[in-house]
Design a protein around this ligand. Structure first.
Ligand SMILES: [Zn+2]
Length: 296
């Protein structure tokens, strides 16, 4: 039975694509304090960190949203069959994500809108699938909302990073070529409940998705945060942050907004499903409570 969160009149279903450990705390967060993680091992290990290996288990997760009569898919994971030699666990992935998504929504035709919070390989993968040897949009009716700043950055740096080029060629350009892409910058209202808000730094166009309905709210935080330990230390930059200074600033801004509004935070990569309520705690934030998912 799928599990969901209800935010006002909006239903949100988290959909796990992949989970595994391919990076250590020391690599992911170079400025983090090993001793502090050890001090928190009682709740970090094994869900969010392995004290034995220093590995950080990560999830790749989409969110299916039913809002205002539309079906919206936020972030599309890694995808199947993608050539990703730079990240071996993502290379040639073969999961049942699409069949589980279709169990939830009925058919790929049901998706009205796809939102990519940013253009990295683990957020745009299922934008496309291989059909007769060609990468085609997985969701034939959908409008794909893509951050314009990431698209421009790729055009500017095209040819300098084979991995990034491959992601664009197999997962982004096919939805542009069919006329299904729509580029957003700054704020983009998707419907009366859903707004995309820029939170740059992790990538130039990195964004979060705000859901506000009937006095309740949630924020899908994309790659603003990768581990709950970053809540206490928003200043610790992530190895994948393109612009660490801007990323830290955006992280603080988003986490403060979530905590102060009493919104539910919905993370992309934490090693546990569900949402979180945050509270301000010293110079950072801490988890007030996990928000349980309920049966549909
Ligand atoms: Zn990511």
């Amino acid at each position: 039975m799928p599990q969901l969160l209800r935010v006002g009149e909006v239903d949100i279903v988290p959909l796990l694509e992949w989970q595994g450990t391919f990076i250590t705390r020391g690599t992911l967060l170079p400025s983090s304090d090993a001793a502090e993680w050890s001090d928190n091992a009682s709740w970090l290990d094994p869900t969010f960190w392995s004290a034995q290996t220093d590995g950080v288990p990560l999830h790749s997760r989409s969110y299916v949203i039913r809002s205002d009569g539309q079906l919206i898919l936020v972030d599309t994971g890694i995808g199947n069959g993608k050539n990703r030699p730079q990240v071996p666990p993502f290379n040639g992935l073969d999961t049942d994500y699409l069949s589980r998504l279709c169990d939830e929504i009925g058919d790929v035709e049901a998706v009205d809108v796809v939102i990519n919070t940013h253009i990295h390989q683990d957020h745009v993968g299922w934008n496309t699938r291989l059909v007769d040897g060609q990468w085609r949009p997985t969701f034939p009716r959908a409008t794909y909302l893509l951050p314009g700043a990431d698209y421009e950055e790729w055009n500017r740096s095209r040819g300098s990073d084979a991995g990034a080029d491959e992601v664009f060629l197999d997962s982004v350009l096919p939805v542009v070529d069919t006329g299904q892409a729509s580029f957003y910058t700054g704020e983009r209202v998707v419907d009366q409940n859903i707004t995309i808000v820029a939170a740059p730094g992790h990538s130039p166009g990195s964004s979060v998705v705000m859901i506000v309905s009937a006095g309740e709210s949630a924020v899908i935080t994309g790659d603003i945060v990768h581990t709950p330990m970053q809540l206490a230390h928003p200043e610790q930059h992530l190895v994948f942050d393109a612009d660490p200074v801007r990323a830290v600033s955006s992280r603080r801004t988003v986490l403060a907004a979530v905590a102060d509004a009493g919104s539910i935070m919905l993370p992309a990569h934490f090693g546990r499903a569900g949402g979180l309520w945050l509270t301000r705690d010293g110079s950072g934030f801490s988890i007030a409570e996990w928000v349980p998912l309920t049966a549909e």
